[in-house]
Write a new protein. Structure first.
Length: 171
């Protein structure tokens, strides 16, 4: 298995950047094309991927500077920490969906699309129900998006740690 992972571990910062951007694109597609407005915790999960993408990009630039190669393991470790935070956010969100614990009190997103018919309904007294963190909007194979995000974040955190070990083994 090491031979399969080596190309990814050699270019881990690029892989982490691509993975983060892919996760953001998937979330955006669910929102745009699937009509699933994000709740507060969904937005927090996206923030983790934005931070990971920025750290990966910064790492890619720094390691190419003079004496920058010595920071490879440090950036991979930083990415492991960021993705570990993503695991925490996703597990918290999934736990709130499964009613293991309460979600945050301000668990509604102010963003989302509003159509003309929605505006007309609102003018006629309709109530707006924002997305709630404790209701799974989409479930596939028994896992909500938050559950799948927890697995993806865990995979990325573990691979980041393997990338740290890989870099240290080279020196």
């Amino acid at each position: 298995m090491s031979r399969l992972l080596t190309p990814f571990l050699e270019r881990w910062r690029l892989t982490a950047l691509a993975s983060s951007l892919l996760m953001l694109a998937i979330a955006h597609a669910f929102e745009t094309f699937g009509g699933l407005a994000p709740c507060t915790l969904c937005l927090r999960a996206r923030e983790v991927y934005w931070v990971a993408a920025a750290a990966a990009l910064a790492g890619m630039l720094v390691v190419r500077t003079q004496n920058g190669a010595r920071f490879r393991a440090a950036f991979n470790g930083l990415l492991a920490g960021i993705f570990a935070v993503g695991v925490g956010v996703a597990v918290y969100h999934a736990g709130a969906e499964w009613k293991f614990w309460p979600g945050p009190t301000a668990c509604a997103s102010t963003g989302g699309a509003v159509s003309a018919s929605d505006m007309a309904a609102l003018l006629n007294g309709a109530k707006i129900k924002p997305p709630a963190c404790d209701e799974a909007a989409w479930v596939f194979l028994g896992l909500s998006m938050a559950g799948w995000n927890a697995l993806v974040s865990l995979k990325l955190a573990i691979l980041s740690l393997l990338a740290v070990r890989h870099e240290r083994a080279k020196s």
